[in-house]
Write a new protein. Sequence first.
Length: 136
Amino acid sequence: MRRIAIDTNVYVAFKNNDEGVIEAFRNCDLIGVDITVIAELFTGFSLGGKEKKNREELEAFLDAPRVEILPHDLETAEFYSLVVKKLKLKGRPIPTNDIWIAANALKHGLALYSFDGHFQEIDGLLLQSGARKGKV
């Protein structure tokens, strides 16, 4: 059973018909979408010219049976604090939103699928290959 959480850039690549992402999604039993990813997408949509269309497409994606929205709770906050502490000790900060996304992936035991290399700095975080164009 393949279970992943996705970063914002993976959803964008999916919407741009990236073959590697599409293939990765085909092989998943669960695709988790952190609420922070949704907030980032809403922000991008609001700044673009196709907000209504983009929101409708995202809503359809989120309604798919294999897709689950991952909200934040106290346990997510605990993972967040541990990640921040470890990154600070390493002297390797990453963007705050990405810490939330990683914390929720850790909480749910999901491999994180992203094209951002800085997630490799997070100890214990499982990563889905970030290959593109059919090279999963």
